[in-house]
Ligand binder design. Structure first.
Ligand code: OSB
Ligand code: MG
Length: 366
């Protein structure tokens, strides 16, 4: 029996090495909330709430996560007794929505549980891979030349596919340019829901460029629009924002609203629902990959562990820490070599929080 006796929340800020722009917002600096849960024997598991600051990717914000974590999730978890993280996830599930906030606690529970059991987080989750294939996500750049330069850099570094953010006015032209300079690399595009489902022509053109997939063309709740578009495209549609719960995946499968799934630990409310989504997708023959939210080393460790499950057959957004941060919050950064990140075999999440650096970067704590 595990009993959580202490919960610490801290808001931590890190600057990005390169501005990141999507169809919905731009970021130069990130503020994530770290969750540390400690049990009756003094063992601590860490998790990360990686919400963007504004409600432009999902409804959550750093402020909403902070309030929900402090006022609802911490009280649920403090004093809770459980044997398996799945039981704690059931408890966290009393809170509706607020997936990013819940994910931080669920992740911390898995980290703690795998530490106590002397297994790696990856093996605790059912992971089978020794290393995971890394792709990279590139934001909207000021010019096509600047984008091509970013692609060239990441291809040189060995990343196995590049994802290009698109938005109305920044779609066919930059993607065609990258495709003509790099005829053979796997490319996929991500619209973050910026198009209306009456806009089909852009996707018909993108359909001719040999893309691996088209991620989230339409608004999150527009399952019907995605299904209608998928019917007329050869390129698989991949859902991201649409799938906040396993039930959303059931809807997508039933309607044919896409052929690929991006599983994000943060968006789905933790590792427990992420593994369930993986299991369902595998049973239905749908390929999956692990998406990211610019996680610091702690959330990144969870993404690496999740990506080691057998259904993750496409490269994940698990770039090395250096793609985003000059210095990460863990004593060792996450490293991508020749397009792979090695899955740690030590017990727990495999990276250690750098407590003295965290002190420098913590702006609030409970
Ligand atoms: O849609 O995948 C997305 C970052 C912020 C908001 C939305 C998305 C992203 C990314 C980041 O693409 C990928 C990563 O963490 O490496
Ligand atoms: Mg996406």
């Amino acid at each position: 029996m595990i009993r959580i006796g202490q919960v610490e929340l801290r808001r931590v800020r890190l600057p990005l090495v390169h501005e990141f722009r999507t169809s919905s917002h731009a970021k130069r600096e990130l503020e994530h909330i770290l969750v540390a849960v400690t049990d009756q024997d003094g063992v601590t598991g860490w998790g990360e709430i990686a919400s963007p600051s504004g409600p432009f990717y999902s409804a959550e914000t750093v402020e909403s996560c902070w309030a929900v974590a402090r006022d609802h999730l911490k009280p649920l978890v403090l004093g809770a007794e459980w044997e398996h993280p799945g039981e704690l996830a059931l408890l966290l599930g009393k809170v509706r929505g607020n997936q990013f906030a819940r994910a931080g606690f669920d992740m911390a529970a898995w980290a703690l549980w795998s530490l106590r059991n002397g297994t790696s987080l990856a093996r605790a989750l059912g992971g089978t891979r020794e290393r995971v294939a890394a792709g990279v996500s590139l934001g909207i750049e000021p010019s096509v030349d600047a984008l091509v330069e970013q692609v060239a850099l990441r291809v040189r570094e060995g990343y196995q596919r590049v994802k290009l953010k698109i938005a109305p006015g920044w779609d066919v032209e930059p993607v065609r340019a990258v495709r003509s300079i790099f005829p053979a690399i796997p490319i996929h595009v991500d619209a973050n829901g910026a198009y209306s489902s009456s806009e089909r022509d852009v996707f018909r053109e993108l359909d001719t460029l040999g893309l691996l997939m088209i991620e989230q063309p339409f608004a999150p709740r527009d399952f019907v629009g995605h299904a209608a578009l998928q019917e007329v495209l050869e390129t698989p549609i991949c859902l991201d924002e649409s799938v906040e719960e396993v039930d959303d995946l059931v809807t997508a499968l039933r309607l044919g609203a896409g052929r690929v799934l991006n599983i994000k630990v943060s968006r789905m409310g933790g590792l427990t629902p992420a593994v369930r989504a993986h299991d369902l997708a595998v049973a239905e023959g749908m390929p999956v990959w692990c998406g990211g939210m610019h996680e610091f080393g702690i959330g990144r460790a969870a993404n690496v562990a999740l990506s080691s499950l057998p259904g993750f057959t496409l490269p994940s957004d698990v770039s090395g820490s250096d793609k985003y941060y000059a210095r990460d919050v863990t004593t060792e950064p996450v490293v991508c070599r020749s397009g792979f990140v090695t899955v740690p075999e030590v017990s727990g999440m495999g990276w250690t929080p750098d407590l003295s650096f965290l002190e420098e970067r913590t702006i609030a704590r409970i």
